[in-house]
Design a protein around this ligand. Structure first.
Ligand code: SF4
Length: 703
């Protein structure tokens, strides 16, 4: 029973990576009352505006409730026959790499597992990528370089126990609100200081005692300067560095080239020497410091290097794996981490394994797989380029809207038109990706109907439980993929329910894992369906024989590299992928608003959420508005080398001169000319493949 007095189902919010526990009390008429779950250890009952409005987004008005093939209603059998026969034909004619899946951090781990298994073990290609590429992949690359594993070392409790919280490239007050409230509590309770590093002044920086309006692309400069100061002031933890790391001398030498002094750091990062000195003093003198980073760091052509620059400082100070300190990657999506656990990125195999001969062989034997992928597949931007060139001929998109969210979306839409087979699993009737010419539409289960698990930013696996019946002919994504696999003639997809999928996934994580791999939940592999259903939130790893998971990793100073030591990484000199020019004199930054999520297919249903920002606006400094002839409240045409879009002008002193900001949420579907993806360039980080969505040169003109 909940405070509302009705029987409630314990589930998880479907939006951000905080992963808040939700109690949903169905009303028997397709709706539900929503409240925070006080027993969930990630939010203790708190919900933000988006989470508390979930009950307003449950109607069936916009739902796709039956399969469609080539524009006509079809049965599931006919649709799946069409999908399987065409995938089989394309493989026979062009090979397995002519087929691809594009998945989503919105999928549950079990959905992800089945899709990844089909593609990488049975079709024989690693062309499975996901919108997590746009969200987290630079952090993944940075973590793997330093730790030898895709590991977030800390937990949310570290935010309660820290004395200094540094948020870089993160507007957590809007994008991870419940976690931000938790940080605010630490400020109150312990007097913890908050520092923000962001070119924009945001709701988050309003709460900070120090805000650094760093120049776009210069986070690496700032943290290189910090590494130099740690060394020069004698604050390197020599014992930790000597015993548990390698590469310090080379990384420090590179940092000295980039940011030799405070004055040089300040000049290169467009900051005052006083502010830089204050930040360095605070960071160096505060043992319990957590440095949190999100899309401002990840969505960059040097995202992996920015992450490495942060990790270098924590390793040098030995501030990792201990209470109240460490680097902390804020996951954008609800299950970006769970997707990676099953290998949802094209450069991963499964259970955090890669494409080494030993890993390929291990997974082959575990799956009894006939056609193992033996090399990495195409990452998101490259995948859609390959579609445009006609090399990838079949694409199955599940639970994401790439015709809005990818960079240079006009090019993406044109590419989609070239596919021989274009399948979309979706729960809404219309969005930009469907309108780009989907040949087959498969009606997917939505939040409230889905059943499975997700993993949040602190490695916590929680059950997302259904509390509404599947409407119409909607089915879970794992079921649709398994049915297609069986029609392709593959054994190993006879799953009856999600608990069987989870058990197989958990068993694979522990298969021949003698502790050399970080991700191991084999302690959950033998759960009975009833135990799976009542599974309490648990932080991985949960190794066989262990009753519960672990809050922190690396407290023993042992890492997952071949030597067992963490690696310092010398970063490249910070620079932007594209400089401004006379033709495109402004830099466009993009990001989220407080009350919308992704392409608004769910949050757009709530009038309350729509009230926060009713239309897409371009934030611009007053001087820039004046020089471009733009007036507050009027319309502006924004153009880049890729395309153009129209936004309402919002003149604000929160922007730096020369920089403008536009939200990511609107699309051709919701606002015909305001899709920011039409503007964003296709520059990616060479290490992670993550697109740079924060610094596209643009021109502005009044409409
Ligand atoms: Fe949902 Fe994130 Fe808000 Fe929590 S903070 S309620 S997970 S959107």
């Amino acid at each position: 029973e909940t405070r509302l007095g009705r029987a409630a189902v314990r589930t998880i919010c479907p939006y951000c990576g905080v992963g808040c526990g939700v109690l949903a009390s169905p009303d028997g008429a397709g709706g539900a009352a929503i409240e925070g779950d006080e027993a969930h250890p990630s939010n203790f009952g708190r919900l933000c505006s988006k989470g508390s409005a979930l009950g307003e987004t449950l109607g069936l008005e916009t739902r796709q409730l039956y399969p469609v093939v080539r524009g006509a209603r079809a049965t599931w059998d006919a649709a799946l026959d069409h999908v399987a026969s065409n995938i089989g034909r394309i493989i026979a004619e062009h090979g397995p790499d002519a087929v691809a899946f594009y998945l989503s951090g919105q999928l549950l781990t079990e959905d992800y597992y089945v899709a990844n298994k089909l593609m990488k073990g049975f079709i024989g290609s690693a062309n499975v990528d996901t919108n997590s590429r746009l969200c987290m992949s630079s952090s993944v690359a940075g973590h793997k370089r330093a730790f030898g594993s895709d590991t977030v070392p800390g937990c949310y409790e570290d935010l309660d126990e820290a004395d200094l919280l540094v948020l870089t490239g993160s507007n957590a007050a809007w994008c991870h609100p419940v976690l931000f409230q938790r940080m605010a509590k630490a400020q109150e309770r312990r007097g913890a200081r908050l520092v923000t590093i962001d070119p924009r002044r945001t709701a988050t920086s309003e709460a900070a005692s120090l805000h650094l309006s760093v120049a776009p692309g210069r986070d690496g400069t700032l943290f290189s300067g910090l590494l130099v100061q740690l060394a020069d002031r004698g604050h390197v933890d020599e014992t930790f560095v000597n015993s548990h790391t390698e590469g310090f001398t080379e990384a420090l030498a590179r940092a000295r080239q980039i940011a030799p002094t405070i004055a040089a750091t300040a000049a290169a990062a467009r900051l005052s020497e006083r502010d830089v000195e204050e930040f360095f003093d605070l960071w160096i003198s505060t043992e319990r410091v957590v440095t949190l980073y999100s899309q401002g760091v990840n969505q960059s052509s040097q995202g992996a290097d920015k992450v490495s620059a942060i990790l270098n400082c924590h390793l040098a100070a030995g501030r990792i794996g201990r209470e109240g300190m460490g680097p902390f990657s804020l996951t954008g999506q609800p299950n970006a981490m769970g997707g990676r656990e099953v290998g949802g990125l094209a450069n991963q195999l499964a259970a955090h394994m890669g494409f080494s001969p030993a890993d390929i062989d291990r997974v082959r034997r575990f799956w009894n797989a006939p056609n193992m992928a033996v090399r990495e597949g195409l990452k998101a931007v490259d995948l859609f380029e390959a579609i445009g060139r006609g090399e990838v001929k079949a694409l199955w998109v599940i639970g994401t809207n790439p015709a809005v969210s990818l960079p240079d979306v006009n090019r993406v839409r044109a590419a989609l038109g070239k596919l021989e087979l274009f399948v979309v699993s979706e729960n809404v009737r219309s969005n930009d990706t469907l309108r780009a010419g989907a040949h087959v539409i498969l009606p997917a289960a939505a939040w409230g109907e889905k059943d499975g698990t997700v993993t949040n930013s602190e490695r916590r696996i929680s059950r997302q439980r259904p509390f509404l019946p599947l409407p119409g002919e909607a089915r879970p994504d794992w079921w649709a993929v398994a049915q297609a696999a069986r029609r392709l003639g593959f054994a190993g997809f006879e799953f009856n329910n999600v608990s069987e999928i989870f058990a197989e996934h958990a068993a694979l994580s522990g298969f021949e894992n003698d502790g050399a791999r970080d991700f191991d939940i084999s302690g959950l592999a033998d759960l009975k369906p009833r135990d799976y259903d009542s599974l309490a939130p648990a932080q991985w790893p949960v190794r066989r024989g262990e009753a519960s998971g672990r809050r922190r990793l690396f407290s023993d100073g042992l890492f997952y590299t071949a030597s067992g030591k963490a690696r310092f990484i010398p970063i490249d000199p910070p620079r932007l992928a594209e400089a401004t020019s006379d033709r495109f004199p402004f830099l466009l930054n993009t990001g989220r608003l407080r009350d919308q999520w992704h392409t608004m297919t769910r949050t757009g249903l709530s009038p309350r959420l729509g009230g926060h920002s009713a239309e897409p606006c371009l934030s611009i400094h007053p001087d820039d508005a004046a020089s471009a002839g733009l007036k507050d409240g009027h319309l502006a045409r924004v153009a880049s080398a890729e395309g153009a879009a129209i936004f309402r002008v919002q003149v604000t002193g929160t922007q730096q001169r020369g920089e403008v900001f536009a939200p990511i949420h609107w699309s051709h579907e919701t606002s015909s000319d305001s899709c920011v993806g039409a503007l964003v360039h296709r520059c990616v980080d060479p290490e992670s493949g993550q697109p740079d969505a924060k610094a596209t040169p643009v021109a502005l003109a009044p409409v």
